[in-house]
Structures are given as structure tokens and as C-alpha cells.
Design a protein around this ligand. Sequence first.
Ligand code: 6R9
Length: 645
Amino acid sequence: MTIDIFPAKEGQGRIHGMREYQQTYEAAQRDPNAFWDRVAQRLTWFHPYHTVREGDFTDGSVNWFSGGRLNVSFNCLDRHLKTRAEKTAIIWEADNPADTQHISYKQLHREVCRMANVLLAHGVRKGDRVCIYLPMVPELAYTMLACCRIGAIHSVVFAGFSADSLRDRILDCGARVIVTANEGLRGGRVLPLKQICDRACEGLAKLDSVLVVRRTEADTPMVEGRDHWLHEAMKAQRAYCPAEWMHAEDPLFILYTSGSTGKPKGVLHTSGGYLTYASYTHETVFGYRENDIYFCAADIGWITGHSYIIYGPLANGATTIMFESTPMFPNPDRYWDIVERHGVNIFYTAPTAIRALAAKGDQWLEGRDLSSLRVLGTVGEPINPEAWQWYYDKVGGGRCSIVDTWWQTETGGMMITPIVGANPVKPGSATLPFFGVEPILVNEHGERLDGNDVTGHLCIAKPWPSMARTIWGDHERYLHTYFSTYPGYYFTGDGCRRDEHGNYWITGRVDDVLNVSGHRLGTAEIEASINSAELVAESAVVGFPHAIKGTGIFAYVVLQADAESSDHDVVSFSVREQVTRDISKIARPDEVLIVSGLPKTRSGKIMRRILRKIAEHEYEKLGNLTTLADPNVVEHIVEAHHENC
Ligand code: 6R9
């Protein structure tokens, strides 16, 4: 398909045309400190900072707004009460479409204060970690904001994660309090969250309390002395709780994400810089206006939900929709139903959802009034031009701006993205850097590739306010992961092309991280799980192109010597079960192929390049096989693949 250029819809945004974009970008380049100093005035500071930025990438230690004092929950709540007390802060759209709830800023403030007092009553103090294992219920927002109100650090764990994944995260951050729900409701199905949580908490000595949201009426066994119903605990607290004066660099939250090696890492974000950047990008990139109804369909278990359901929108006094269900429930028109019922103006989702909905057919959009929509966003993975065009034509009716926003858990906010009203866009390109962001491309020798029409590894040359400050408990891993590959630069792990006009096209991960339906998964984690399944000797996991998920998971599995060929089906099944149990359903391999051996170099390194090509049926493009310890292995794998896939 030929790719057209779509001119900016000027007047829809806060930045008017490319001239203003360029002027602002250049101003931020010329004097970053003056620029960010101006932007940070959008927050309410209890005490002014004395320095805008300290440090750089050479030693990986960066501070923003040092000396400044603020409170993130105060910025998201209290300061709006004078003018927006009755305005809806959160529209909660429950699994059942009939159960909508509007929560005003005043109500949200009261609930957050009560929740903060509950946490205090359970011994949580400034700097303590609180683990949140909740589905998309209002209490999730209450707990996050209550944590920042008292200076506790939250760690939200996606409610689709397994007991083992949850346990690892609780242990890693040393949480003493966990907030969960008796059950979750999603797509008409029940998630036994408390049960999973109980398994995760078995024998944890340091755990003081488990606070339980009563989402359903189901009977729920409670552990005497440890478990407490949250609604009862909240009822016992007053709706007043002063906001702690936090330092700009005090930790705000930990969010675990997958890397290329080892266990997931706890990415740490801090207060002042993160909130400045999240709120500024939310307003600027989407062209947010005061009375907009804003709907980000992500889950708060991921960074997108943190920055663009909770912190960015609430800091801007917006009305943000929190959606408990799935786009397919009760029918594949749920998003359009929400847009129509609530009059959504800005809608933000992932390419995988767009592809899945497009595949269900256009009839689900027919008769829906989507005229309130003005801006459509995507995030999480590259969007293919076909899906982009469908989104633009069918959802946006050709009227709406589309912003394809590239960023990461570690970046805290959008980094390379069109800005509504400014950039002309090409479907599939995240276009240009946001203000203050300096992307560069380097080749495999670490040499900077200047000029246009080049492809390389994407790095960022200068600090920005919402960058992650460390990996919880492992600063060395932080330095190693992000700053050692290309010294002096932050390395993103993504490949990227800068086209002849200077627009950026993200080509996907260049490390051993898979991006499945916009979720980051490490091949090492999945392999460790597969290897623990019965009869498995070893395994190798690679990604392959998948029509809906973007990337599917392909597992090559070698059985132990005593396994029989009749065991193949059993193992394929048990491998899938094992991964679901150890990590999550989202990590379950789409394909499992039993092979006699894996292609390894003489030093024992698995050559994934070859396995990727085989998974893509590109048998002719396997490349040079001479460095393999045993080249015959490849022939056997190709045969097995040809027969079975
Ligand atoms: C926000 C988020 C980060 C990885 C990132 C990249 C991919 C995200 C993208 C995109 C192409 C986009 N990614 N947005 N690729 N175009 N617009 O998704 O964070 O879960 O940490 O994932 O996702 O590969 O490196 P996270």
C-alpha cells in the first residue's frame, strides 16, 4: 500500500502548525533549563526548587527541580477543588455497561484522604512500599493517590499476573501492605484475585496487612489479623489527610517491566519531573481542552495507565475514563458504545486492539455516533499502515488527528510523537521528538548517524524530566542496561529509521524483549518457565509476525533424553500451562515446536536469528551457518517446522 501524508488538522491542538512546533523545539534545545523551568510552573509547588537540572548521562545520575517540594496527590486533587470540585474526575465504566459511576474531584479527594488514613493506620509511612494488585476499580486510583499523599511508594502489579509473578514483585520491593480485591470482573468472567494473592503471600514474613476491596459478593476467606475489608477500614477513617511535603526527587512509584535478561526490573519514577512531564505531554500532544472527556483504554497495570489515565489527566483537572472491561464485551462495539454514551473527545489505545476490532468487521461501528471524537492516539507497538488507515477512516471519520506516540516505561511519558495540530503525519511513523527530547541513531559500533535516511539503534542524548532514576535496589543494573551500551546516551532497546524528511519510524526491539499485543515480555523469563516444565531439557523463545498481536510467541523446546515421541502433545500443552501459571496468560506461547536440538555457537550461545527466520517460514534466509557448533541441527528444525507449522 502507498503511504500518504496527512496534513495537520490545525486549530485542533495547542501548538499551531509546524512553525510553532519548530520554534518551541528549538527554544527547548537552546536553553533546556529555562524551558523546563517555565513548564514546571504548571504544577503547584509548596516550596520552589533551586536548580532545574543536575547531572547527566555520563554517570547516570540526574535530578530535576532539586530543592523543590510538592505533593503529587495535592496537584491532582486539592488544587482543583476551588474551581472544579463538582467536575467529574473519573468516569468509572464497569464490566457491566449499566454500572457506570461518576466521581467528582471533591468525592475523589475525600476517598483518597480516607484511603491515606487507612494506610497510615496500617503502619505505612513515607518511603514504604505498597503493592497494589487490583483490577480497574476506583479503589485502584484511590490507593495510588493515597500513597503519594503520604509519601509511600506504590507498585501496581497488573491483575493478569500469576501468583509467582506477584510474589516476586512483593519480595523485590519489600512491600508490607498489599491492596487487592476479593475478585475481579472482566469480560463477564471472574478473576479469583484474593486467592492468587493468598498464594503469592504464603509465608511472607514481612507482610503486615492485606486490604481487600469487595468487588463481588462472593464468599472470601480472610486471614485473621492480616486481611481487612477495605470498605470497612475506609468507613472508620475521616476524609481529611494533609499532603506530605515531598522532595521533587522523592520516589513516586515502582513499575516492573521486562528486560532482556533476568527477572523483571522495578523501574523507579520520582515526583516533580514525572508529573511535570506527564501533565505537559497529556495537554500538548493530545491538544487537551478543559471540558474534554478523555478515554485512555489501557490498564493501569502498565505505564500508559499510570501516566495517561491517572497522573497526567488528573494533574490537568481532566475527566478521565477508567474502563474495567474489554473492547469485546459484551460485543466488539464496547469502545464505540462508551464514546457515544459519554461523548468522548480524546481516545487512546493500542494497535493490537485496533487490529482486533477491525478484524471483527465494520458493522460494529455502523449507526454509532462517534462525532464527539477529535483526537485518536495509539501506543505500545508500531502501528501498521492498514490499521492506522482503518482507525482514521472508520473511527475518526477522517476528521480526527491521529497521534502515534512512542515511549517506554522508563521514559515516563511520550517521547517521539506527532502533536495535534502541528505535524503532518505518515501512517506508521511516530514522526518527531517532543520538546526537550533529542533522539539520535547509532550504528552497531556506537557511532552517531547524522543526517536523514539512516537506520540504527535509537538512543536519547539528553536527560528529560520524567526519565526513570534507577532500578529499585539495583542501580548498577540501571547503569548497565541503559547507559553502558552507548556511553553518554540513554539506550532505548529499539531499532529505528529516520527517513528522508527526518521522521522517525520505530522498527521494534533489538534486544531479547518481545512486544506481544503491546506488552513487554523477556524471552529469558519465558524460557526459564518452559524449562521448569516436566520432560523439558531446554528451550528458546522468539517472536514471529502475528496478525492481531503484532508479535506472537514461538517456543522451540528440546525434550529430555528419556522422553518418548508420544509425549510431544502432552509437553506442548504443559509448556503453555506452565508459562500461564508462572507469568501470565499474555506470555503463553502461540506455537510450541518440539525439536531435537537448538542452533548454538561453539561458545554455547543460541542463535535466535536463525530461529526467528524459521518461525517466519523464511527457510532460504537463514544466513551464515558456519559458526554453529552443529549445523545439522538447523536441518532438523526446518523439517520439524515444515511438518508441524
Ligand atoms: C508506553 C509503553 C515500550 C516499548 C518500546 C517499543 C514499543 C511503544 C510504540 C512502540 C512503536 C510506538 N512501543 N510505543 N513501538 N511505536 N508508538 O508501551 O511502554 O510497555 O515499556 O513498552 O514498546 O518497542 O521500547 P512499555
